[in-house]
Design a protein around this ligand. Structure first.
Ligand code: TMP
Length: 211
């Protein structure tokens, strides 16, 4: 039952934990599923991730950053996401195009149309069926991190506030495609909210296919 679900959120929102819990839940229900993440998920993506996150690496300009995230995404889609969807799996991706709109668009201040163009080239217009936003204030999210280690975590608070505002605007613009959850809720509560929505989506896509 092909379904493409992405997780989004600021630093320390708990999205990676929730993405793993969702995978476990699907596996428990014997629903074929894969979990991947961005940037990364392929050999090229892993190298790009290292360069993009390194706090003492080469300087990366905002436009170069945009294109590096896009390159990682294009590779991940070709190698893993499209093939898995074609095999009828549920694909869960920890961050996707909305991270680029949030971080490079709202955060860095790149023109949103330019970001959209880079995203379209990378994805060939593949869109998630559902995007789960784990919403948290940057003040709270950043204190959940044991140490601030990468180029993004080290950005100032105003950057992280712009990212959060961007996410909330995107979610508001397309309420049917987004599920916004208060990430300060207990972990189990968050995972239940997610499962309620995902199981509903699975049921409706099964009934659409007449299963
Ligand atoms: P994380 O997934 O471990 O949080 O690290 C990825 C970092 O990269 C995170 O700070 C968000 C940032 N990022 C972007 O700025 N743009 C993107 O398109 C993606 C996928 C991530």
């Amino acid at each position: 039952m092909a379904l493409f679900i992405t997780f989004e959120g600021g630093e320390g929102s708990g999205k990676s934990t929730q993405a793993r819990l969702l995978l476990q839940r699907l596996e428990g229900e014997h629903i074929p599923a894969v979990l991947t993440h961005e940037p990364g998920g392929t050999a090229l993506g892993t190298e790009l991730r290292r360069a993009l996150k390194a706090k003492q690496g080469a300087r990366i300009s905002p436009r170069a950053e945009l294109l590096l995230f896009a390159a990682s995404r294009a590779q991940l889609i070709d190698d893993l996401i499209r093939p898995a969807l074609q095999e009828g799996k549920v694909v869960i991706c920890d961050r996707f195009t909305h991270s680029t709109v949030g971080y490079q668009g709202y955060g860095r201040g790149l023109d949103l149309a330019l970001v959209q163009t880079a995203n379209s080239i990378a994805t060939e217009n593949l869109r998630p069926d559902l995007t789960i936003l784990l919403d948290i204030t940057p003040e709270r999210g950043l204190t959940r991190r044991p140490s601030l280690e990468d180029r993004f975590e080290l950005e100032d608070l105003s950057f992280h506030h712009r990212v959060r505002e961007g996410y909330l605007k995107m979610a508001e613009a397309e309420p049917d495609r987004w599920l916004v959850i208060d990430a300060s809720l207990p972990k189990d509560k968050v995972s239940e909210i997610i499962w309620t929505r995902v199981s509903r989506l699975l049921a409706s896509s099964a009934s659409l296919r007449g299963v």
